[in-house]
Design a protein around this ligand. Structure first.
Ligand code: AP5
Ligand code: MG
Length: 192
């Protein structure tokens, strides 16, 4: 089993590249953002709680997302590998994930970190907001809040995995194909 964290700030292309990676390698895609949006659409208590945080561009509490990931891992016992997108987002989530994977006798193989400038992130998200219907894409203030949360809490995730020498930075600007090729090359080196 080979597990990957696709890491990067909001708008860095995690969702776009995840779609391609799962179809090439057959990983099970676990995006906490997508899981939360699906809870919101179904108006579950978890979704209603999470929406208050997401609409402001703030992170949802650790225990909520860790619980969601724990059930998702249990629901896919036959997965040949997981691709984590948008998770972990705090050091506490990183530690919890390592514990959950250890219980399944597996671990994170690599953290692929997409590097994109802040101005490009804001431009992409404002542009996506024109059509996405995502409430956290609608104005620049909320988008900037998401980026502030990233610097305050999420960049620590890269530091956490650096101690195990697992982080590889990949340029996240350029064409979607170029970035995909760079990600595949990093994965292939580790799979072989
Ligand atoms: P989440 O859904 O994870 O969103 P995000 O991290 O803010 O990032 P996005 O999904 O907006 O961007 P992305 O990196 O996937 O880029 P994409 O491929 O879409 O989280 C949303 C919220 O949920 C959080 O704010 C938080 O409240 C909550 N949450 C989720 N997980 C949580 C957790 N673990 N803990 C606590 N709270 C959590 O691309 C963006 C745009 O750019 C698209 O329009 C795309 O077409 C375009 N694009 C992609 N690649 C390129 C390229 N190479 N060139 C030009 N444009 C490109
Ligand atoms: Mg995404």
């Amino acid at each position: 089993m080979f597990n990957i964290i696709l890491f990067g700030p909001p708008g860095s292309g995690k969702g776009t590249q995840s779609e391609r990676l799962i179809s090439k390698y057959g990983f099970k895609h676990l995006s906490t953002g997508d899981l939360l949006r699906s809870e919101i659409a179904k108006q579950t208590p978890l979704g209603i709680e999470a929406k208050n945080f997401m609409d402001k561009g703030h992170l949802v509490p650790d225990e909520v997302v860790i619980g969601m990931i724990s059930s998702a891992l249990d629901n896919h016992p036959d997965a040949k590998g997981f691709l984590f997108d948008g998770f972990p987002r705090t050091e506490a989530q990183s530690q919890a994930l390592d514990k959950l994977l250890k219980l399944k006798n597996t671990q994170i193989g690599v953290v692929l970190a997409l590097d994109v400038t802040e101005e490009e992130l804001v431009k992409r998200l404002l542009n996506r907001g024109l059509t996405s219907g995502r409430s956290d894409d609608t104005n620049e203030e909320i988008i900037r809040n998401r980026i502030v949360e990233y610097h305050k809490k999420t960049s620590a995730v890269a530091d956490y995995y650096k101690q195990f020498d697992k982080v590889v930075y990949v340029k996240g600007e350029g064409s979607v194909d170029e970035i995909f090729d760079a990600l595949c090359s990093e994965i292939d080196q580790r799979l072989s």
